[in-house]
Design a protein around this ligand. Structure first.
Ligand SMILES: [Zn+2]
Length: 367
């Protein structure tokens, strides 16, 4: 007993000393730890893209002439030539028709709109045909893409429980997208780490600490792997439908696997929103990936924030080293620029989007 006490004493005193100076200095939490780099290397803090770019993943519920004017000012500053706006959850029908009409009347060269899927009465045997008809109505009203939210596969339920990403009842919807050659921008799952136990080995530990509701490992009875496999089965079953996997299909940490998916499924593209920390920690592998798959990657950010675009430009265009990420909790490491060549940047920024989305205005985008 005495021996155990002696062994545990130093540990116990370390706990009690949390607020007292520890040997070598005060104890601080990982959230507080924010070392300022002493490294002196060239810096290129870009505030606009080298080429005009097409933003394929953005969300703005308010679509009024005044709001569009405000956005155009910010877009001009960033060199964003065109913004494709997705509804904020459940926008279809009237919202899409009004947004498309306002954009067309006010700034037809700068904005386009996508639609969402009707997800009402999912148990109804006529659901698929009805949802497909709604999509066709929205396309005729001006929608140039279908945005599928991450609730699809996670929170979306019918009377039997969770609906899988590749559930066949939606097949008429994917077929309708193929018929009109509009892409489906689909967000499935969340980063892998958010589905894993919150332990000392989890790279997303800090995010789980700060954003507890993102902890999928405690609130779901399905795995990340299941969701991603369902998504890939969906892609494979609809080769005529163009799919854009949002956030690199959450495979930014495994570009080899994403490359294999792109090799196997020529109808699949990927968009780079919210994964700058994944790319910026593997600048050489990511550079090779962007060169190899230069015809398959699109520029999208998802969360609209003018200043955060600056980090995207720096990451994609420069060879800067060891610079700050957008959000520390996406990874407690620094970023390194990919220094993509101009011809690859042009495809990423606008050429691929001009090819995939129907009817985009190409004026203003270089050859
Ligand atoms: Zn989104």
């Amino acid at each position: 007993m005495r021996r155990i006490l002696l062994l545990t004493l130093p540990l116990a005193s370390a706990v009690f000393a949390a607020n007292a100076p520890a040997p070598g200095g005060p104890t601080i939490s990982i959230e507080e730890y924010d070392p300022k780099s002493t490294l002196r290397v060239p810096e290129h803090k870009l505030t606009r893209g080298k080429f005009p770019f097409i933003e394929v993943h953005s969300h703005h519920r308010e679509v009024t002439p005044a709001r569009l004017d405000q956005l155009i000012k910010e877009m001009d500053g960033l060199n964003m030539g065109l913004m494709i706006n997705s509804p904020v959850g459940g926008g279809q029908g009237k919202w899409v028709a009004e947004a498309a009409a306002t954009m067309k009347a006010h700034a037809p060269a700068r904005f386009r709109v996508m639609t969402n899927m009707d997800q009402s009465k999912l148990d109804d045997p006529g659901y698929g045909a009805r949802a497909a008809a709604q999509l066709e109505t929205d396309i005729k009203a001006g929608a140039i893409g279908l945005k599928v939210w991450k609730g699809f596969g996670m929170t979306l339920q019918d009377s039997n429980g969770r609906i899988k990403v590749d559930d066949p009842r939606f097949d008429p919807v994917w077929a309708m997208a193929a018929k009109h050659k509009i892409p489906v921008l689909i967000h499935t799952a969340d980063p892998w780490g958010l589905f894993q136990p919150m332990d000392k080995n989890n790279e997303r530990w800090l995010e789980l600490k700060l954003q507890a509701r993102r902890n999928q490992s405690v609130q779901t009875d399905y795995t990340w792997e299941q969701l991603i496999e369902e998504q890939h089965r969906l892609f494979a079953r609809h080769p005529q439908t163009t799919f854009i996997a949002a956030h690199l299909g959450w495979l930014g940490h495994d570009l080899g696997k994403l490359g294999a998916v792109l090799d196997r499924l020529p109808n699949v593209y990927a968009e780079i929103g919210a994964i700058t920390s994944e790319l910026g920690r593997q600048p050489r592998a990511a550079h090779r990936f962007f060169v190899k798959y230069q015809d398959r990657i699109l520029f999208g950010k998802d969360r609209y924030d003018v200043e955060e675009y600056h980090v995207y430009f720096r990451l994609l265009e420069t060879d800067d080293e060891y610079f700050d990420p957008i959000r520390k909790y996406h990874g407690i490491w620094k970023l390194y620029g990919l220094a993509l060549p101009d011809d690859v940047l042009k495809k990423l920024y606008y050429k691929n989007a001009l090819r995939i989305f129907p009817g985009l205005p190409s004026a203003g985008f270089p050859e």
